[in-house]
Design a protein around this ligand. Structure first.
Ligand SMILES: [Zn+2]
Length: 275
């Protein structure tokens, strides 16, 4: 059977939808996925000149040593994510969730807030690496996480922020509430409470038929893939793995070697034939 038809059937047969999404989910909205050094430097030529890769830029050390430089990278991404419109694939998934399922949840490693922007309820989203749309203290002086309502303009010649947000509790620098590499000062309270809601969702639906739709989750940061595989193994669940490169998953799960939006559209067409 054709994989798209097989995937559509798995969705039709399921009672509960779990969406697991990695960086590849944003590609069809025009967002960079920072795949490899070349991909990252194509988006940020200045960092190539400075010899800094994504792992070195996504590091809290810059906020400590030179906040304007740290905020250059995150301020740029903040603006990019604020002005990006989530692609149609987000709406297709939400329609499946609302029209075909008893319950659903989203687990994502993306910090871009695109699921919220596409209209998904805040209490159905687990952002395992935090959110760029939230701030915390750099020290941190307390466990507070607050919504980022600041404008942080960036000089694109130097990739330095022209304004540094401050912690309202101690006056020190505020940083994005994003889990970075080698990050010991990340305040996890917001993410942990999302995680507790997700575990509750799993407990409530443990006897139901679950379909996991995984989109664009690579092996470089494998936490999203592990989540899909854990649910696929321990629950009455079928995983549909959509990924143009790292698409392998063992039977009875379904592997679709394609980009997110195109695959979701093709599954949706098959689903319409079944319904
Ligand atoms: Zn503080």
């Amino acid at each position: 059977m054709d994989v798209y038809r097989k995937a559509a059937k798995a969705i039709k047969d399921a009672q509960v939808l779990l969406i697991t999404a990695g960086a590849g989910m944003g590609v069809d909205s025009g967002l960079p996925d920072f795949r490899g050094e070349k991909g990252f430097w194509k988006a940020y030529p200045l960092y190539e000149r400075l010899g800094l890769n994504f792992y070195e830029m996504a590091n809290p050390v810059h906020f400590e040593r030179d906040p304007a430089f740290g905020w250059g990278f995150y301020g740029h991404r903040l603006e990019l994510y604020r002005k990006t419109n989530p692609h149609e694939g987000f709406r297709i998934l939400l329609r499946w969730a609302e029209e075909l399922m008893d319950d659903f949840f989203v687990v994502t490693s993306n910090v871009d807030g695109q699921f919220q922007k596409a209209g998904y309820p805040e209490d159905k989203i687990y952002e395992i690496h935090g959110s760029i749309h939230h701030l915390q203290c750099i020290r941190p002086c307390c466990n507070e996480v607050w919504e980022n309502k600041e404008d942080i303009p960036v000089d694109y010649e130097t990739m330095r922020a022209k304004y540094i947000p401050k912690c309202p509790f101690c006056g020190d620098v505020a940083r994005p509430n994003v889990l970075m590499f080698g990050d010991f000062s990340w305040v996890g309270v917001r993410t942990y409470s999302q995680g507790r809601r997700f575990e509750k969702f799993l407990a409530c639906n443990k006897d139901k038929r679950i379909v996991v739709v995984e989109i664009g989750a690579g092996t470089a940061v494998p936490s999203i893939r592990h989540t899909s595989e854990r649910i696929g193994k321990n629950y009455n669940a079928v995983v549909i793995r959509i990924n143009p490169r790292e698409y392998h998953i063992s039977d009875p799960h379904i592997s679709i070697p394609e980009k997110g939006l195109k695959a979701l559209k093709l599954i949706d067409e098959e689903l319409r034939k079944l319904c």
